[in-house]
Design a binder for this molecule. Structure first.
Ligand code: F3S
Length: 294
């Protein structure tokens, strides 16, 4: 069996930055309790490790009074910074620069009188955060069908959740043309997402089965899953190495592997090791069978 690992897999720049800032905060701790504002990344194994080092997450900023709070790469609504200041909270801001760019566009164009449209998942923290930079006034569309619900406006500014697919962006922009006299579009899909999606498509076209490693709640992992299923019908989503579907993939000759932006290297390595061991076990089994037959 041959295992092909996608070129761009695992932790992206923004997640690495958030992890480093968190580990530095743990190392330099001055007795203040450290919280993250929401789980730092969508990966249960990493969250468990952080919890064992005393870092837990809060959903409401007022629950973190007098502590240190790390803002994750997804970012937060603008008002959270003021609230944190009022509660005597030391803020460590790990908002990914790609997300900050989207937040700034939303604010600038909202201040200039544009209606803001965000293409993305309305329940995703990144999208909720961006909406909080334009007074929570944005219309959030998940697909071209949602555009029918948007009224016609004079000026619309469109931004994207950083992890959506190019196909979704193109489809929605096509439909939005009829909804505004002036349409300003900012394709804010981040480079890391584009690279991961392209590598995932490349690998999934040339293998018999694909293993996508990443948190079940991770948006960018879900997108990799969608892309892979387009080219490879035997696509499996796992979160940990223990979940490698040994029985399902054992008959395949070429298996592709990729991982979402919040999947640490050690989980990818463990999963590959399990697949390698599986091959060894199979070979041993074959040898045993041959010996019995002879
Ligand atoms: Fe940032 Fe893109 Fe990662 S927005 S957090 S580099 S997926």
């Amino acid at each position: 069996m041959k295992i092909v690992v996608a070129d761009n897999a695992g932790f992206c720049f923004g997640v690495k930055q958030a992890m480093n800032k968190t580990l530095n905060a743990i190392g330099n701790n001055n007795d203040k309790k450290i919280y993250t504002y929401g789980p730092l990344i969508h990966n249960n194994q990493v969250i468990e490790r952080l919890e064992s080092q005393g870092v837990s997450s809060v959903e409401n900023i007022q629950d973190a009074k007098d502590s240190t709070v790390i803002i994750r790469s997804h970012g937060v609504p603008l008002k959270i910074y003021d609230l944190a200041h009022g509660y005597n909270i030391d803020v460590i801001d790990a908002t990914c620069p790609f997300v900050r760019k989207v937040q700034k566009i939303a604010k600038e164009y909202y201040d200039r009188g544009y209606t803001i449209v965000i293409i993305g998942n309305p329940k995703h923290p990144e999208v909720m955060g961006i909406n909080g930079w334009c007074n929570h006034s944005a219309s959030i569309v998940q697909g071209p069908e949602d555009v029918n619900d948007i009224s016609k406006f004079d000026k619309i500014c469109v931004v994207a959740q950083t992890t959506i697919t190019m196909d979704l962006w193109t489809d929605v922009i096509g439909k939005l043309q009829e909804r505004a006299n002036i349409l300003e579009t900012f394709n804010t899909i981040c480079t890391a997402t584009k690279e991961r999606q392209t590598s995932c498509a490349d690998v999934s076209k040339q293998v018999d089965a694909m293993i996508i490693i990443g948190g079940y709640h991770s948006s960018n992992t879900q997108k990799l899953l969608q892309i892979s299923k387009k080219y490879c019908k035997n696509t499996y989503h796992i979160e940990t190495a223990e979940e490698v579907p040994i029985a399902d993939i054992s008959g395949f000759k070429k298996i592709g592997v990729t991982a979402g932006a919040s999947t640490p290297d050690w989980i990818i390595k463990e999963a590959i090791k399990r697949m390698d061991n599986m091959e060894q076990e199979q070979n041993e089994m074959m040898n045993m069978m041959e010996e019995i037959e002879n």
